[in-house]
Design a protein around this ligand. Structure first.
Ligand SMILES: *[C@@H]1O[C@H](CO)[C@@H](O)[C@H](O)[C@H]1NC(C)=O
Ligand SMILES: *[C@@H]1O[C@H](CO)[C@@H](O)[C@H](O)[C@H]1NC(C)=O
Ligand SMILES: *[C@@H]1O[C@H](CO)[C@@H](O)[C@H](O)[C@H]1NC(C)=O
Ligand SMILES: *[C@@H]1O[C@H](CO)[C@@H](O)[C@H](O)[C@H]1NC(C)=O
Ligand SMILES: *[C@@H]1O[C@H](CO)[C@@H](O)[C@H](O)[C@H]1NC(C)=O
Length: 685
């Protein structure tokens, strides 16, 4: 059934449609069976076309666009969304907020050596890009001039809105341009924010299982702020079902690849309405498919995150040198509104939004975008091939379910901190085959990582030109390995999810995740469970005896020894060696899934050795994944050559010390650890 037929504002259209179909069925159906499909089409033909889109620019301070299904009021020339109407005269957006605080695009940035700045982008020049019965596109442009130095981000930003006839929602996107000569700037975050009517929207959905009735903004204000300020214990929530829970917007983060539709439902209404942010492509988001970011959260708020440093830290910024020219299109995204004419379970609005996402993905790249900076379908390229993995000796095998994609040229793995260009990712099938479609022409490298193997793959492909259809044939990834595996801990998948994720403190739970084995790491305060489990002595893992699912805590955090007092922790891996192979190096492969202001020191059999046999740089990482309930941040791989004189026949101990202690949140998450014996006869390739 067509999605449009669910929309209440279209009731007259549905009535016509149904009558026409019914009449044609009666009329033609009486003639012969074989004419039924023809008659159906004829019936469709008589249905009136959707209402034309109307643009009203007469008002000095507002532009109104209306297609008979949704209508938008946009401030002129600022470009803020101040009104959004769908099922009647009530604003979907928070009418009680100021006009610049309902729907807007903001940028967090700083000039060279200056403090950071949160700026809502305020257009200064309104113009109509296209106006026809079927489509209206308008532009709100902020042009940077030297007089704005220090007060506005040195980027020209053109915010666009598109409303088409028959659509139950609108598109928006933004074109960022730096002509040569603009000053240096660092950009931390670009996003669009929607603040909804808190009287109506209480139920939030971000995945099939991650949906719930949410606390209110007031519940957070009356609650108790916890150790990380975004986390609040809802001590006085008005809904007794919610009272006593923890709320934190970071509990609702998703990886880019899973952050394609989320929003809110007015579940209390007799005829519920859904509001959804649909992101049909990840090409304009930063840092690749596994980058995590915010979705929707208490407010009610829905975000469209284009770029941010969340779960990545300072390495994930957009840095522009003085004079550096730039252009990028963020979006378009689709804001979708839905409802059902008859009494239907309100949760089916979520399923309908997921269906709408799939419709938008099929239309991608859109062919109705006014900006010439957006590459239409016929100017994009395709790249296909097959990836194999050859780990040590043996035969190459299909690199199945690998993440493979294009990002700006850089080192292996650089895609996970790359935030300026476009990225195009897909997953290989079980044969390792892949096809990356809809690539914006430009310079790229091909990158990949293969679940089950350490390291990063890179292949230089250089330039993709409009209309290119490149077949690369078979590529082979040789993951890092110097010798046969002696033992391993964990699964090389860039996440700590397979390790021991404790139950939350019963007084600090988000009930949504209590029975959710996949998302249990999203609970608040799991870091503090380390001290509960290991009050005096740190974790000891015995190879061959311990089970990493149960005996390897998901994060190596600091240990609390009293009010605001913390100490460093040293974990031990104990293992046996039957003999020592002299003359070659053993190798410790140490893959981290996350690091926050940490320094990891590694010692072999000498717990007090100074300096340690191996140490990372001080202060590695600021991805904050521990505090923000992520199960990974940025991936880091350390390949440590271990001289055979460090090891002994019999019992050995590796000491892993995270030595930086300021408070609760320094620490690392391991992805995977492996000890390899020295290369056998010939060098392993
Ligand atoms: C513009 O529209 C707003 C909101 O409808 C209204 O309050 C205001 O009076 C209008 N201004 C003019 C000049 O029509
Ligand atoms: C939006 O525009 C309509 C038509 O001019 C007006 O009635 C309504 O008050 C406007 N809404 C807001 C929030 O300004
Ligand atoms: C501002 O918009 C007008 C059309 O309304 C256009 O002619 C003009 O070139 C625009 N100015 C800039 C700086 O883009
Ligand atoms: C979780 O599961 C347990 C046992 O099946 C049940 O008693 C409890 O009500 C569930 N909690 C939630 C929040 O669904
Ligand atoms: C062992 O590792 C050390 C340190 O990386 C290196 O200098 C040395 O050449 C290696 N020895 C062999 C035999 O590979």
């Amino acid at each position: 059934m067509m999605v449009e037929t669910h929309m209440r504002k279209q009731v007259p259209l549905q009535w016509w449609f149904r009558m026409a179909v019914l009449l044609s069925l009666i009329f033609f159906g009486a003639c012969s069976d074989s004419s039924e499909s023809v008659s159906f089409r004829k019936g469709l033909k008589t249905a009136p076309p959707p209402s034309p889109v109307k643009l009203n620019t007469n008002n000095f301070t507002q532009v109104v666009i209306d297609n008979g299904i949704v209508s938008l009021n946009l401030s002129k020339p600022g470009g803020y969304i101040i009104g959004l109407y769908y099922d009647g005269a009530t604003n979907i957006l928070s009418q009680k907020n100021n006009e610049n605080d309902r729907g807007y695009l903001d940028v967090v940035w700083n000039g060279a050596g200056k403090p950071s700045f949160f700026e809502r982008i305020h257009g200064t020049n309104f113009s109509v890009i296209e106006e026809s019965d079927t489509l209206v596109e308008v532009s709100f442009l902020k042009t940077w001039t030297a007089s704005l130095e220090g007060s506005s981000v040195p980027i020209n930003i053109d915010i666009r809105y598109i409303l088409r006839s028959g659509d139950s929602g609108f598109y928006s996107y933004a074109i960022f341009t730096r002509p040569p000569g603009f000053p240096a700037v660092t950009v931390y975050q670009v996003r669009i924010v929607y603040k909804l009517d808190d009287g109506r929207f209480h139920y939030m959905a971000i995945s099939d299982t991650r949906q719930r009735k949410m606390p209110t903004a007031e519940d957070r204000i009356t609650g108790q702020v916890l150790a990380y300020p975004e986390a609040v214990l809802l001590t006085k929530a008005t809904d007794p079902q919610i009272r006593g829970e923890v709320d934190d917007k970071y509990q609702y983060s998703s990886e880019n690849k899973d952050n394609s539709v989320h929003g809110w439902i007015t579940e209390d209404d007799s005829a519920p309405v859904g509001f959804w942010v649909i992101t049909p492509s990840n090409e304009f988001r930063n840092a690749g498919p596994t980058k995590q970011d915010l979705t929707s959260h208490v407010g009610p708020v829905s975000l469209s995150m284009f770029t941010s440093t969340h779960y990545g830290g300072k390495k994930v910024i957009m840095d522009f040198a003085k004079g550096e020219a730039y252009k990028k299109v963020f979006g378009p995204i689709f804001v979708y509104l839905n409802s059902f004419p008859i009494k239907t379970p309100f949760k089916s609005l979520w399923s309908d939004a997921v269906q709408q996402l799939s419709n938008e993905e099929k239309k991608w790249p859109y062919d109705f975008i006014g900006s010439k900076d957006f590459f239409p379908p016929n100017q994009r390229g395709t790249l296909s091939g097959r990836l194999q993995v050859k780990d040590g000796g043996g035969v190459a095998q299909p690199a199945k379910s690998s993440y493979i994609g294009l990002a700006l040229p850089g080192d292996e793995g650089s895609w996970q901190t790359e935030s300026k260009g476009y990225q195009f990712w897909t997953q290989t099938d079980k044969d390792g085959s892949f096809s990356i479609t809809n690539i914006v022409p430009g310079k790229y490298n091909l990158y990949a990582w293969v679940p089950g193997f350490i390291g990063d793959f890179k292949y230089q492909i250089n330039v993709i030109k409009p209309g290119d259809n490149i077949h690369l044939g078979t590529l082979v990834f040789n993951p890092p390995r110097n010798g046969p595996t002696l033992w391993e801990i964990g699964i090389p998948d860039r996440s700590a999810a397979e390790f021991y994720v404790p139950d939350p403190n019963p007084k600090l739970v988000n009930r949504l995740y209590l029975n959710d084995s996949i998302n249990r790491f999203r609970q608040y305060g799991l870091w503090a469970r380390y001290t509960d489990l290991y009050p005096k002595n740190d974790l000891i893992f015995t190879v061959g005896v311990s089970d990493y699912h149960k005996d390897w805590f998901y994060a190596q955090v600091t240990r609390s020894i009293g009010e605001s007092q913390f100490v460093a922790t040293t974990w031990q891996i104990q293992f046996q060696l039957e003999n020592i192979i002299k003359g070659g190096n053993y190798t410790l492969q140490l893959a981290l899934a996350s690091a926050s202001n940490s320094q990891l020191e590694v010692r072999f059999n000498k717990p007090k050795e100074n300096p340690p046999y191996f140490s990372t740089e001080p202060q590695i990482g600021d991805d904050n994944a521990i505090a923000r309930h992520g199960i990974h941040g940025l991936y880091k791989l350390y390949t440590v050559a271990v001289n055979s004189n460090q090891l002994v026949k019999g019992n050995n101990i590796i000491y892993l010390t995270q030595s930086i202690v300021k408070g609760l949140f320094e620490g690392v998450m391991y992805d995977y650890i492996r000890l390899e014996s020295p290369p056998t006869t010939s060098k392993q390739t």
